[in-house]
Design a protein around this ligand. Structure first.
Ligand SMILES: Nc1ncnc2c1ncn2[C@@H]1O[C@H](COP(=O)(O)OP(=O)(O)OP(=O)(O)O)[C@@H](O)[C@H]1O
Ligand SMILES: [Mg+2]
Length: 279
């Protein structure tokens, strides 16, 4: 069996109108990792994610789940979607039930688990995203950020092996963004592979084990957060920005070029610590 939980080989995708949204994508995702996908609007992040859980079918190339090629037949797709949950970029495309509770229980009911277990999972997921008090409210009256959080609960309740979040923190306030990141960490601590896309370079830099950079439907570079955001040409060519923590560190430590990668700060606390040590 492959050591990679998800893999693509020469995967390309073209929309019916002729747009070549993905070109020759080769990816290997290790189980239990935290992966971020970054890249400007239209670079192909959402299209890639929709190929990951079989909503879209590759025009060329293949997707492998646990080393096995995903066939687009009923059984294979059912199995894939049970194990790979995707939270859509736009919650309006995901939510369809009347009440918040109904919405979140819908997916879990399809798993054929006992009713008590469904209720427990729904309550837990709603508490996790801070939407428990809204469980009887009509979905269409929720604010956009609240809908986003319900759409995340929708997938948490399924307890998949891989969870794919398409821009999970866009449109969330700072408090709830932090809360989501905490949830991702908890999920990951419990062995779940977490893949997310984001325009927030600070989040990608501080959070990920590994980052994938996309441009014009292609993967331009993959690597650790420090590798990616130390590459000034890449940042320029892909219209990214250097995370502030790394920029400050690089400015202050120009003479310390030989510091090892693991000692380079990835968040404010680590930066403060380094500054203290360096006096
Ligand atoms: N249903 C569709 N039909 C035709 N073209 C599409 C469709 N959906 C997306 N595209 C095109 O495919 C390309 C990739 O779009 P995609 O939504 O995957 O980008 P993205 O990286 O997720 O962008 P964003 O950061 O804005 O979310 C774009 O050029 C887009 O215009
Ligand atoms: Mg997108």
């Amino acid at each position: 069996m492959s050591e990679y939980i998800l893999e693509t080989r020469n995967l390309s995708f073209q929309y019916p109108d002729g747009t070549k949204a993905l070109r020759n994508i080769n990816l290997k995702i290790e189980k239990g990792k935290k992966i971020s996908v970054v890249g400007v609007n239209g670079s192909g992040k959402s299209t890639l994610f929709l190929n990951f859980n079989g909503v879209l079918k590759p025009t060329e190339g293949i997707l492998l789940y646990k080393g096995k090629e995903v066939k687009h037949n009923h059984r294979s797709l059912l199995e894939l979607r049970k194990n790979i949950g995707i939270v859509f970029q736009d919650p309006e495309n995901q939510l369809f039930s009347a009440s918040v509770f109904q919405e979140v229980s819908f997916g879990a009911m399809n798993l054929r688990i006992a009713e008590d277990e469904v209720r427990n999972r729904v309550n837990e997921a709603l508490r996790n995203v801070g939407m428990y008090e809204y469980k009887d409210k009509a979905v269409h009256f929720l604010s956009y950020g609240q809908k986003k959080r319900v759409s995340i609960a929708d997938i948490l309740v399924m307890k998949p092996e891989i969870i794919v979040f398409d821009e999970p923190t866009s449109s969330l306030d700072p408090k709830h963004s932090k809360q989501m990141v905490k949830i991702f960490d908890e999920l990951n601590d419990n062995g779940m592979t977490v893949i997310l896309s984001t325009h927030d370079v600070e989040l990608a830099y501080s959070y990920s084990d590994y980052i994938i950079v996309m441009k014009d439907g292609e993967i331009v570079k993959q690597g650790t957060p420090v590798e990616i955001f130390s590459d000034d040409n890449l940042i320029r060519d892909c219209y990214l920005e250097k995370p502030m923590v790394l920029e400050i560190f690089q400015q202050l430590c120009k003479n310390n070029k030989f510091i090892s990668e693991k000692d380079i700060p990835r968040n404010k606390e680590e930066l403060f610590h380094v500054l203290k040590v360096l006096g």
